[in-house]
Design a protein around this ligand. Structure first.
Ligand SMILES: [Zn+2]
Length: 92
């Protein structure tokens, strides 16, 4: 399969305040960071233990993360189609 390359994660997941929330891709979550979850919750990150990762996934964050993933895939398809139009079949 042709790939336009790894462009980093769509979102990061981190357990905080009883749920696994997602965070924007700008930088990986680190303990003590003040971040806003994708569902809009301002949180201070902690160092999650193995047990923390078993917390339930936040529904709002999951919905948002799925939308971002679909948008990125759509953009990659569009980019591939443009390459195909310009340069021929090898990019499809
Ligand atoms: Zn959330």
């Amino acid at each position: 399969m042709y790939s336009l390359g790894w462009r980093g994660p769509v979102v990061w997941w981190n357990p905080v305040d009883g749920y696994r929330h997602a965070f924007g891709p700008e930088e990986p979550p680190r303990p003590e960071q003040h971040r806003e979850t994708l569902c809009g919750l301002p949180v201070t990150l902690t160092s999650p233990s193995d047990v923390d990762w078993l917390m339930p996934t936040c529904d709002s964050c999951m919905t948002e993360a799925l939308e971002r993933t679909e948008n990125r895939e759509q953009r990659q398809r569009d980019a591939r189609r443009r390459l195909h139009d310009q340069f021929g079949t090898e990019f499809l």
